[in-house]
Write a protein that binds this ligand. Structure first.
Ligand code: DX5
Ligand code: ZN
Length: 217
């Protein structure tokens, strides 16, 4: 069984003191730093580019888990990895040549993952699942922090973990993102997720160490 990992999303951090905000969760027991990249096209919000990834890279020893919510990710993947992304996830919904995109990430030296929106079925990744390190199942519609957890994704997590186990792909991480708090964390862990992203539930708390521990359960 894979260890439970907590990935605070810096989208909910104070951007005026991003370095401190990252150190705070690292000291507080975080496993990854989750970086939400949005382009104003695939999702209705604009956030972080490769420049910020490069700026935060020296601030932490933790792997940077870069979630690309952008169209044409192939154009930007080399620069995100060069700036320090350790894990790059791309949305199935914007990758007509998903196999090519996955290998582009790997060739540049990062771990590769595929993200599925709540409405995208897991059958969409059936034929590339052996090529990836991680599947990120969105538990909100991507675009903003602080949205409500979509409960219908829980059976999808369970089904994916079952399929991975049946195929002997026990090392593939299932990450969940959106509306994770100590209550919803229990549901997703029970269903088979092992990497939990949390923005508001960590950065809106004074004590980040306690917030991380509460999500880990
Ligand atoms: C949503 C982002 C999430 C978001 C999570 O589009 O991908 O990573 O920051 O924030 P919370 O945990 O507040 O839902
Ligand atoms: Zn995210």
């Amino acid at each position: 069984k894979l260890p439970i990992k907590i990935a605070p999303s810096i989208l909910s951090a104070d951007f005026a003191k991003l370095g401190e905000e990252i150190k705070d969760v690292e000291v507080g027991g975080a496993d990854y730093i989750h970086v939400d990249v949005m382009d104003g096209h695939f999702v209705p919000n604009i956030t972080i580019g490769p420049l910020i990834v490069g700026a935060i890279r020296p601030m932490t020893e933790l792997p940077l888990d870069v979630h690309l919510m952008i169209e044409n990710p192939d154009v930007y993947i080399p620069e995100f990895v060069k700036q320090g992304a350790d894990i790059v996830t791309v949305h199935q919904e914007v990758c007509p040549h998903l196999h090519r995109t996955i290998y582009l990430i790997k060739e540049h030296g990062a771990k590769a993952g595929v993200v599925l929106n709540p409405a995208t079925p897991i059958s969409a990744i059936q034929h590339i699942i052996e090529d990836i390190d991680m599947v990120l199942l969105m538990t909100v519609n991507p675009g903003f922090g602080g949205q409500a957890f979509i409960h219908n994704v829980v059976p999808k997590i369970r089904e994916l973990r079952k399929q991975l186990d049946e195929r002997g792909l026990t090392q593939v991480e299932i990450e969940v993102d959106g509306g994770i708090n100590p209550e919803t964390a229990k549901l997703v862990i029970e269903a088979g997720a092992n990497v939990l992203v949390a923005g508001n539930a960590i950065y809106n708390q004074q004590d980040r160490k306690q917030a991380i521990a509460a999500i880990r359960g």
